[in-house]
Ligand binder design. Sequence first.
Ligand code: SF4
Length: 440
Amino acid sequence: MASPPRIGFVSLGCPKALVDSERILTRLRAEGYDVVGTYEDANLVVVNTCGFIDDAVHESLEAIGEALARNGRVIVTGCLGARPETITERHPSVLKVTGPHAYEEVVSAVHEQLAPLHDPFVDLVPPQGIRLTPRHYAYLKISEGCNHRCTFCVIPSLRGDLASRPIGEVMLEAERLVQAGVKELLVISQDTSAYGADLRYSTGFWGGKPVKARFTDLVRSLGSLGAWVRLHYVYPYPHVDEVIPLMAEGRVLPYLDVPFQHGSPRVLRLMKRPAHAEDTLARIRAWRSVCPDLAIRSTFIVGFPGETEQDFGLLLDWLREARLDRVGCFKYSPVAGAAANDLSDPVPEEVKQERHDRFMELAAAISAEKLAAKVGRRMRVLVDAVGEEAAIARSTADAPEIDGVVRIIKAGRLAPGDWADVEITGADAYDLTARISRRH
Ligand code: SF4
């Protein structure tokens, strides 16, 4: 078997940057990368920089220089990444620069430069488990690979077609995690709603009872464990409608992460997106009529080759109508080996940036309005971290690391992993502020 790709990691700066480093590392480890302790043993080095004060800038630039001299292949992230020219002027040979908290971007930069090893067994059940810190939430990977061929993506060529884990195995792992104290399960894969298609939805056994390897059956079974269950990477196939009542009943979190990627049918066709012909706005309306509290998160790509101003206008109209709760946006950038690289009419960089900014401005305004409407409401939250002045928690609408937080002021003696009932006292574009109404 080929040996796993090896990453070196240098983390500079404040505790926040350290948390970012931990997140990047845990994700990379979960994907099968080895993290090594010397520059010489690494295939690639990631430097997480600090750029707060001149000394920190200096230290960061030195660290990048050292990593380049001793390894040669360096990706830079962190606060100094917000000023990429400072880095590239001094070190033009860095492979990629990403900004602070651009956690997804760093991970995809690593993928581009050093592909994760494809081993279905390691991929499905990494030796360290799929759990990331902190202890009270855990990622549950239900399948690997993907049967789609989106033109901007190389995952199918790296990881192969959809390979679902048997349902009994997934449920056993989920059950063990909950028994070990995990309070929130984050269901992940490349295509969660396709779960079981490759197994022909075969029947497995869990707790002595037959269960089918089908998305709805899986979600229903996970919902019986008593933990929060959050669904990521769900494509809007028609059968997704079946899980919305489970959300309305409180069996699983009223949260769907659906990577819509665009709102223009023409661009979606160029992207060869799954379910591109679906009337997604009608589906969102129907979902919300069943489960009004449903929080929908999504990611989008702007500046895809061939995207016209009219397509972009359709995307903005789509978002205005869809009023998604959580939105991420990437400017299209070619990935080596992706079919989209051969498409004509590339969008100039400055147009991509301008569309990205316009899109995010609208998304932020929608988010701010939706969060402002929550002021005065009471809700249960899960505490992730406790500081001197506030505790950082998440509501049912917030996935860890990618969504907003609920900042609890005067949290008293809360600890990470605690539930707390709070009253929302304030909101900004992405986060809520709250006070305790009851602890558990
Ligand atoms: S659905 Fe598309 S973007 Fe997602 S993994 Fe499959 S090919 Fe890639």
